[in-house]
Design a protein around this ligand. Sequence first.
Ligand SMILES: Nc1ncnc2c1ncn2[C@@H]1O[C@H](COP(=O)(O)OP(=O)(O)OP(=O)(O)O)[C@@H](O)[C@H]1O
Length: 642
Amino acid sequence: MGDAGIDNKGFQDIALHDTTIYSGKGKDGKARAAVVSFHDITYTVATREKRKTVSKTVLNKVSGIFKPGMNAILGPTGGGKTSLLDVLAARKSPQGLSGRVLIDGKDQPRNFRLISGYVVQDDVIMGTLTVRENLEFSASLRLPETISRKEKKKRVDDIIEELGLTSCANTKIGTQFFRGVSGGERKRTSIGMELVIQPGILFLDEPTTGLDATTASSVIEHLARLSRQGRTIIFSIHQPRFSIFRFFDRLHLLSLGETVYHGSAQTALEYFRQVGYECEEHNNPADFFLDTIIANAASLKGGEESMHSEIGNAENGMLPRTSELLTEVFKNSEVGKQLDKEGRGILGSSPEKGSIKEQEITYATSFIQQLMVVSKRAAKNIIRNPFVLIIQNVMLLVFAVLTGLIYFQLDTTRPAGIQNRVGAFLFLSMQQVFVNMSGMEIFIQERAIFVHESANGFYRVSPYYFGKIVCDLLPLRLCPCLLFSTVVYWMMGFQAEADNFFIFVLTLVLTSFAATGVAFAMSSSTSQLSVATLLSALTFILSMIFGGIFVNIESLPGWIRWIQYLSMFRYTINALSIVEMSGLEFCDENGNLCITGEMYLKDQGIKDTTWGLWQNHVALSCFIIGFFFLAYVQLRRIPKSK
Ligand SMILES: Nc1ncnc2c1ncn2[C@@H]1O[C@H](COP(=O)(O)OP(=O)(O)OP(=O)(O)O)[C@@H](O)[C@H]1O
């Protein structure tokens, strides 16, 4: 059997001319393609099956060598393509992973994620920004501050031209609320966001998925053009048409996490013919490979039934080993042996004897630069998505007028004057808490974008978080709350004293921020909006019960009474009660049987002292600090590796 696949050309030139660890750039500062070799990659995960934890082998001793050009990882669904791509791109956590990935014969640098590009399958890209703005966002954060604005702009212009995005450069990407650029333009923008750093190696997870045939061909054509400029492009792909397949230089065929073929794409058909599988004249090679792999695996499992089942259903991800199994055939073939020999050669000349290590994330820009760029994008996002902004401000104003009309100019007759005020305190605190549950979706909606960008070194968690807080708290929490509290205070006819008014507004603002803190903490702790909503609703309801109105706290048994201290409703209601009730006298219709506001407060166990008032604001501030800090910690804990 002749050399049906492995092409040595290029490796010696590239790998051995430089003894330093790969930095992504050549001596001239331009992107430098590299040889990515992987040796005996095994990846296992623990899964739950029939109430037992079992170990599943996703990749089993997979080896190969990807050189500058177009390198495709192909295989049936569940074959391990994405897993292999993630391992090569250093996006997998080292847990359960063994083997080595070398770049130009040396270990991957610890900041490999930052010098290589990675385009995920579902484009994670801000829909409210234009194509150009998204590219500029990437350039502002991923290029060092030593590069001038002019140069960054030029780089963005070049990419727009290179990827054929000129006609849609100023079109918004699009969200679920409005249509923007086409699928192909969106994918090319995602690719452009990675090209900003001029990576020598570009990884793409199924770049054609979800695109129509013509758009998919155009994306692959663009990638092929990029590869000819000196880049190593590695991508997973499911079932490409021939018009796409013909652009592939090298091919790695996977079946159930094992290599079926690795080598030149042009000679792959010849290899299969030599091992006994002939492709019909007008059949698409990619379809032929997949059909052959599936049929081979199914026939070895035995039976007609398994012929029709996905091969991904094999037990523990492995098939019984027989000499006819294509993975075994490949190992024993000339192509397989030559790949093994070449791989051992690279490993032998590798200076280190390391294993796959956790990646470290370094950043090209300072905290301040990241804060500015991220805040600017968050502000644009709010302005261009005005629905929430309008609801939060305009609707709340309408709601404030309605509330003001219900409790209009409260009098001090007894019992209505007391009852209406107490009802109003509860209603106002509930309103502030429940309206701010909208903060729940803040980190859930953008979770995929945040994970992708922070894993790729766009920004640290802290500037992203602070940027979000500023852009969310001011327009969506503070402004509506100031509007609302001003309208209701004067319409309800609360005490016309400046001090009282300002303390009233402060109390509602702190309540609004504390509720937002709870929503943020929930939002950063889960990716499911329904879970976050449920958790927050339960927290608020429990807190409401212990607010002092639904149940007399003093009448509760001691073992449960302490929960009152965790109720933000209690602090809000107590503060509002002290501010409004102190100094009032409530009498019945005849002007007899009067009680003072102070008597009411004493009856409720509320201390009408300076500290008695301000302790409520201190407690609400502690809630704010605690929940905002928790939200930050939870955001940091979101794994950046898969
Ligand atoms: N963390 C994990 N936990 C459990 N199973 C996993 C995990 N990662 C991968 N797998 C399993 O390993 C197999 C390979 O997954 P992978 O996503 O790499 O396949 P793929 O070839 O990219 O599939 P597709 O074409 O459907 O995207 C699948 O059966 C998948 O369910």
